[in-house]
Write a protein that binds this ligand. Sequence first.
Ligand SMILES: Nc1nc2c(ncn2[C@@H]2O[C@H](COP(=O)(O)OP(=O)(O)OP(=O)(O)O)[C@@H](O)[C@H]2O)c(=O)[nH]1
Length: 336
Amino acid sequence: MFYRLKTDLRLSIITLLGVSGLVGITPFAVMRFLQGNMLAGVVDLAIMLSIFSGMVYAWVTGDTARSGFFMAVVSASGAVAVGAVVGEPGLFWLYPVLVTSFFLTEARYAIFINVAAVVALIVHGVAFSSSVQMWSFATTAVVVSCCAYAFAHRNENQRERLEHLATVDPLTGVKNRRSMDEELTVATSVSARNGISQGLVLLDIDHFKKVNDDYGHSVGDEVLKELVALVQQNIRRSDQMFRFGGEEFVLLMSGVDEVGLRAVMHNLQQIIRRFLKHPGGSVTASFGVAVLKAGETPEDWFGRADVALYRAKETGRDRVVYADDIDAPATSGAPA
Ligand SMILES: Nc1nc2c(ncn2[C@@H]2O[C@H](COP(=O)(O)OP(=O)(O)OP(=O)(O)O)[C@@H](O)[C@H]2O)c(=O)[nH]1
């Protein structure tokens, strides 16, 4: 529970709004019923129930986009209703709403919700004792909204940047090992559900240490970038490439059958041989390939591809080895 609150900002805002809404509005609802102000009491009760159901929906389904939008609309409508029914003291409820809307839903929806709420109160007009007060309210509402927008926007940018840094290899721009672990898990579950075949390729540049030693690290870096560009130009957009570490890369290919995979690998091997160069000549690579088996774990799947890569290196490099060819039981030719 705390992990979800820590990692999902929108869920934490929904929860904060839900809990503080319930705690903050309950005394007002009770007071209004006790004072006989039934309409205001019913409005408070409706807001509390809606906020509570939005919060429960977010926790149960994980769909914070929909529940966030719902809670932004509910809290803005509630604040307008309270302002319209209670008058001037009720206006203050709009300020927290103007801020939280930017954290609950997308900026364009939040702007629309905030403008609609302020306009609704101005058009209704009853909550204001003078036009000066009304325009002061409108101006401060705009200032609060602009500040909230700027803060939420910056926060979102930083979140995206951190996510990028955590998942992408800075040298080559492909996803890193951490993303690969997640995608392999996703691929195995998708395959278990839909039966879509999944191919896994481990690609390791041959004698890369010698490239670095002979021509320098920066030339080695260029070779890595060139390799990524070449491979990406020659695989489908839906295929994914990851840098596993050093000079080792991983390709995840969905929906490719055994025959298709062999054709793709033959093509990739030829292209690397022909076009991947260092100042002294061509660069080659070794490949280990495994097609996901039914019920296999990501670790076992990766392990088979790794064994195939090891075999490719062991048997001379610059070759593609398929895990299935290693797994296949040797035929003895003995009569049954
Ligand atoms: N330029 C550059 N080199 C890197 C980077 N990451 C790892 N390396 C180098 O990659 C080399 C890998 O060397 P080895 O593991 O011995 O592999 P290899 O020389 O390719 O030999 P085989 O794989 O057995 O063919 C090491 O020299 C590392 O320093 C990087 O980001 N840039």
